[in-house]
Design a protein around this ligand. Structure first.
Ligand SMILES: Cc1cc2nc3c(=O)[nH]c(=O)nc-3n(C[C@H](O)[C@H](O)[C@H](O)COP(=O)(O)O)c2cc1C
Length: 184
């Protein structure tokens, strides 16, 4: 095996790619993030990283809460849209016909149509460089009952996907679509 130096071209695989809700009421917005990862079990903590230029940045700073919403493969287009258009210019909820659903412990709304939602409260923020990292304690999790077996999310039932280098990857490692396809 001959390995080549990729310099700083680091990427984890698979990257989850989730749609994050931020903000409250009419201000509530949706942003797609691939820099998402579980970093602690007790308490359960998920880290997300966002560039300060994002419209969503001001909203997470303002309220200190976010919700991680996982779509299925059938909702890839909605996720791509949330990662391509800005809430400064469009109301993504309205454009995508998505419904705000009140969670249990945070004021930021969940996406009703997406089957897996995790409510998070920011417990720490770290400025890393290009991105600001937020550590969110997961205070409540909701899942479509059809995706659950024995109290746990069933990977054989959850038709999800991953993200790598601009491509949406099916779990059978097939590229589904490429960043921006929802604009065509
Ligand atoms: C698959 C995918 C993953 C992305 N991951 C990130 C990320 O981890 N951090 C980030 O700041 N932006 C990320 N983006 C870009 C933002 O989602 C995009 O700029 C979005 O339009 C910002 O929305 P807003 O201006 O309404 O906040 C990603 C986009 C896509 C399509």
């Amino acid at each position: 095996m001959k390995k080549i130096d990729l310099n700083t071209g680091i990427s984890m695989f698979p990257m989850p790619a989730a749609v994050i809700s931020v903000g409250i009421g009419e201000e509530a917005n949706l942003i797609t993030l691939a820099y998402v990862g579980k970093v602690c079990a007790k308490p359960p903590i998920i880290a997300i990283s966002m560039r300060p230029m994002r419209h969503s940045y001001g909203l997470i700073e303002k309220h200190g809460e976010f919700v991680i919403n996982y779509p299925t493969k059938d909702q890839l287009k909605e996720m791509d849209y949330c990662g391509t258009k800005s809430g400064r210019d469009v109301n993504k909820w309205k454009e995508l016909n998505l419904t705000k659903e009140q969670g249990a412990l945070v004021k930021v709304p969940m996406v009703k149509e997406f089957p897996w939602n995790m409510e998070c409260k920011v417990i720490k923020r770290v400025e890393l460089g290009s991105h600001v990292c937020y550590f969110g304690e997961v205070v409540a999790t909701h899942s479509d009952e059809k995706l659950v077996t024995n109290g746990k999310l069933d990977p054989e039932k959850f038709n999800c996907f991953a993200y790598l280098n601009g491509n949406y990857i099916g779990l059978e490692n097939r590229v589904l679509e490429t960043h921006g396809f929802s604009m065509k």
